[in-house]
Structure formats: structure tokens, C-alpha cells
Design a protein. Structure first.
Length: 148
């Protein structure tokens, strides 16, 4: 039984270390609109700086050093993305601000603020702990009462 206890302690220590992981602050594309696509809105998953870029034809992401069309600070759960204005034209939107678009591809890139926990990793760690605890419980039960 002590080997199961040692295994459980080891697993929990690893999980504690993993839950301390913070979100990556490297800018990454979180929304894209190309002429002909349906515009759509999203909720910000993290606090941070959201930058709107207009891309050249054939470009997937902005080149390093490119100036954004707009920069907006958003809180978690604030809306951003692309929508239509009263005249039916596609506009970029972030919180209560709007930005006109042209017939080009646009992307929103997010640069998350530091020291925020990564929610995806947290969810995986919780699931992993649950599965491991259940597996150890089943193994301990089987070892305590073999072939009853």
C-alpha cells in the first residue's frame, strides 16, 4: 500500500508544478477574416493586448515589425472579432470600439498579460489527476482483495 501512496504523492507533486504554468505571452492569431467569409465574434480568453493587422495578399500572419491597424486592451470575456455595421459592411470590433475594413484579410493577434494561469493546461491537469487517482484506487482495491 505504501508504493501506491508514494506514487500518488509523486503524481500530485507533478500536477502542482504543472498548474503553476502561465499562459504564453508570445503574440498569436486568435481571429481571422478574409473577404467572402462570414464575420464572427469571440470572447477574449485572457486579459491582454489585442492587435488588429491588415494582411497583404497571400500573407497568413503579419511580418515582424508591422504596425497594427489598431491596438485594444481587453479583459477576459470581452468580445472581439468581426461583425457588420448598420450598412452591412464588415468591421473589426473589440469591446465597444469598431474599426473599418477594406477588401483585405485581417487578423486579431493577442498578446496575453503575464502571470495568468493557462486554463487549457489547468483543465488537463485536473483531468489527469482524476484519472490517476481513480486508477490508483482501482489498483489498491484489486491488490487488497485479489480474486474475491
Amino acid at each position: 500500500m505504501s508504493s501506491y501512496r508514494a506514487s500518488l504523492i509523486g503524481v500530485l507533486c507533478v500536477c502542482i508544478i504543472l498548474t503553476g504554468c502561465h499562459v504564453d505571452t508570445t503574440p498569436r492569431t486568435v481571429a481571422r477574416w478574409t473577404p467572402g467569409d462570414r464575420p464572427g465574434m469571440k470572447e477574449a480568453k485572457y486579459w491582454g493586448e489585442y492587435r488588429l493587422y491588415a494582411l497583404d495578399k497571400g500573407q497568413r500572419n503579419p511580418k515582424p515589425g508591422t504596425e497594427p491597424v489598431a491596438t485594444v486592451r481587453l479583459a477576459e470575456d470581452e468580445k472581439f472579432g468581426f461583425s457588420r455595421d448598420a450598412n452591412g459592411y464588415v468591421i473589426a470590433t473589440a469591446a465597444d470600439q469598431t474599426f473599418p475594413t477594406e477588401k483585405r484579410t485581417y487578423v486579431w493577434q493577442m498578446k496575453a498579460d503575464e502571470a495568468q494561469p493557462d486554463k487549457g493546461r489547468e483543465a488537463l491537469v485536473v483531468l489527469a489527476v482524476f484519472v490517476i487517482v481513480v486508477a490508483l484506487g482501482v489498483a489498491a482495491t484489486a491488490a487488497a482483495e485479489p480474486f474475491n
